[in-house]
Write a protein that binds this ligand. Structure first.
Ligand code: NAP
Length: 304
């Protein structure tokens, strides 16, 4: 039975925002209404959603987290809060682990103590990127960055029975992401140089939110990879963004990671394509191809 009250941490973030909209019975911008693959967004009763952005609930504050969950008594907690700046994590590991590891420990303790099912969100960056075929949920993790290590800690802190959603290359209408960066650059005269040797699966929050809602409804435990279908390098993805916006993809130049100037502090996996194997083998609907989702998002962002 679907939960009645759901608490969403990190509700000010791009995924948190779309989760709150979806759980409130509406379709997030760029989402597909009534589509089984995306959780029948806009086609389900509104739930009692408590949106907790960082200003309302800082997950690093254990007493605050316990008090909030004690007072609200949600049946489900979706933990979308995280320190997501990959290079920022490399430069400030204490903050990375305080938010992504200890913060998750606090949320998990509160959920366990007050009987809520917990859903946490993790990342493709838990893998080292040496694979040559898409990673399944049971592949060996080996993070190459502080961010990746802290997200593996998120998974480990979630505790028995939690749903662990691993996703990748997240973009949505609200917040910073590669689609917005590419659109802004394409409207300027700045060079557009993007790496062609990091391959992953762009994933869109309007679709991801619906799939997370399906997993939360059923309280399915364990790790689930949840991404849009298809794959791309950052270079290929940015070309697709520019094309979808009616621009000239010929402006986008392919470079290697070694050519980035200055080099980025954090190492990224060269290949982090996730196979949504647990969803597929459970008979759950898979998300649409990323190009379909990209076109929907670009249409939304292009509206005045
Ligand atoms: N973005 C990606 O490409 C990507 C890829 C794979 C997995 N993921 C995972 O997907 C989830 C959602 O990511 P997203 O893209 O929606 O990130 P996001 O837009 O950065 O949202 C994360 C939110 O968490 C908040 N936050 C940070 N520290 C907090 C704290 N101490 N207490 C409470 N809230 C805090 C942030 O608030 P402030 O902005 O005020 O700091 C932000 O609103 C995260 O678990 C992330 O690790 C993201």
């Amino acid at each position: 039975m679907p939960p009645r009250r759901i608490l969403v941490t990190g509700a000010g973030g791009q995924l948190g925002h779309d989760l709150v909209v979806g759980l409130s019975g509406e379709v997030p911008e760029g989402g597909l209404k009534g589509d089984a693959r995306t959780g029948r967004l806009g086609d389900r009763p509104a739930l009692d959603v408590v949106a907790a952005p960082r200003g309302v609930l800082d997950v690093t504050m254990r007493a605050d987290v316990l008090a909030a969950v004690s007072a609200l008594r949600p049946q489900v907690v979706i933990h979308a809060a995280a320190f997501t700046n990959v290079d920022g994590c490399e430069l400030d590991p204490d903050r990375a682990f305080a938010v992504n590891a200890l913060g998750t420990r606090h949320v998990a303790e509160a959920a366990r103590r007050y009987g809520a099912h917990l859903v946490v969100v993790s990342s493709d960056y838990v893998f080292d990127g040496t694979a040559t075929k898409p990673y399944v949920e049971w592949d060996q993790t080996r993070p190459m960055s502080v961010y990746g290590l802290s997200k593996l800690a998120t998974e480990n802190e979630a505790g028995e029975g939690a749903t662990i959603v691993r996703t990748s290359w997240v973009c949505g209408a609200h917040g910073k992401n590669m689609v917005k960066t590419a659109l802004a650059l394409s409207e300027s005269h700045a060079p557009m140089r993007f790496v062609d040797d990091q391959r992953g699966r762009p994933t869109f929050t309007a679709d991801l939110a619906g799939a997370i809602m399906v997993l939360a409804d059923s309280r399915l435990s364990g790790v689930f990879h949840v991404t849009n279908e298809g794959e791309a390098t950052w270079y290929e993805f940015v070309r697709a963004v520019v094309t979808a916006a009616g621009g000239d993809p010929g402006r986008v130049e392919a470079i290697s990671t070694a050519e980035l100037d200055p080099p980025r502090p954090a190492t990224r996996p060269a290949y982090s394509v996730l196979d949504n194997a647990a969803m597929r083998l459970s008979g759950l609907p898979l998300l649409p191809h990323w190009q379909d989702a990209l076109e929907r998002l670009v249409r939304v962002l292009g509206q005045p």
